[in-house]
Write a protein that binds this ligand. Structure first.
Ligand code: E4P
Length: 230
């Protein structure tokens, strides 16, 4: 399964890219709003220099012409831009137009398998069901991932399922087991996945034992008179 980071924060992206586990980046207007001092275009171009994987850039227009204008602009910023389009009637129109133009897309704000099916039919490259936001309203978001993965496989649709709105490491494991092609994770979840109390405790213990053994070795190798001060 591919792992994307769900952020517009350049430091976070660089950190996870440095771990060698980063396959792409998703951004959205809310994530961009957390940055400062740069335009969305600047941020996207900087991200595309860090990763050659898909980088999602979200349109905010609500009409087809506006979505097409924004999406075509994003697509010119870098080869790895995927235009992120919300699931709605105008969004479906825009997705099919982008497909005809060879512009890759990510259909966002998917909450049912049927919405995902429509997006795939319209030509979306990536389908983004929001797991966490469904869990927030007492529905099992992972069910949509499982259903959509099955639909894509049974009907050999040319789209990948991207588990979005991931809130914790268990979501990542569940999405992987459900067959999601991609999951996009906040930086904090990447960090949570790295750490385990027994791992961290084990690292500290090995370091302490190593230091103690080295001190003992040095003490035993020291000439006897070196310690007597004569
Ligand atoms: C990613 O493409 C989505 O925009 C993102 O995962 C939404 O996550 P949230 O529900 O935590 O805002």
């Amino acid at each position: 399964m591919k792992l994307f980071i769900d952020t517009a924060d350049i430091d976070e992206i660089r950190t996870v890219a440095g771990w060698g586990v980063l396959d792409g980046v998703t951004t959205n207007p809310s994530l961009f709003a957390r940055t400062s001092g740069k335009t969305y275009d600047d941020v996207l171009q900087e991200i595309c220099q860090i990763t050659s994987g898909p980088v999602s850039a979200e349109v905010v227009a609500e009409d087809v012409d506006g979505m097409l204008r924004e999406g075509r602009h994003f697509a010119k910023l870098a080869d790895n831009i995927y235009v992120k389009v919300p699931m709605c009637e105008t969004g479906l129109q825009a997705l099919s137009r982008f497909r005809a133009e060879g512009i890759r897309t990510n259909c966002t704000l998917i909450f049912t398998a049927n919405q995902g099916l429509l997006a795939a039919k319209a030509g979306a490259s990536l389908l983004s069901p929001f797991v966490g936001r469904l869990d927030d309203i007492n529905q099992d978001g992972m069910i949509v991932i499982r259903e959509l993965v099955s639909i894509v496989e049974i009907h050999e649709l040319d789209s990948e399922v991207l588990a979005a709105s991931i809130r914790h490491p268990l979501h990542v494991t569940q999405a992987a087991l459900a067959g999601a092609h991609i999951a996009t994770l906040p930086f904090k979840v990447f960090q949570q996945m790295v750490h385990h109390p027994l791992t961290d405790q084990g690292i500290d213990q090995f370091r302490a034992d190593w230091d103690r053994a080295r001190r003992a070795l040095e003490a035993s190798a020291r000439p006897a008179n070196a310690t007597s001060g004569s």
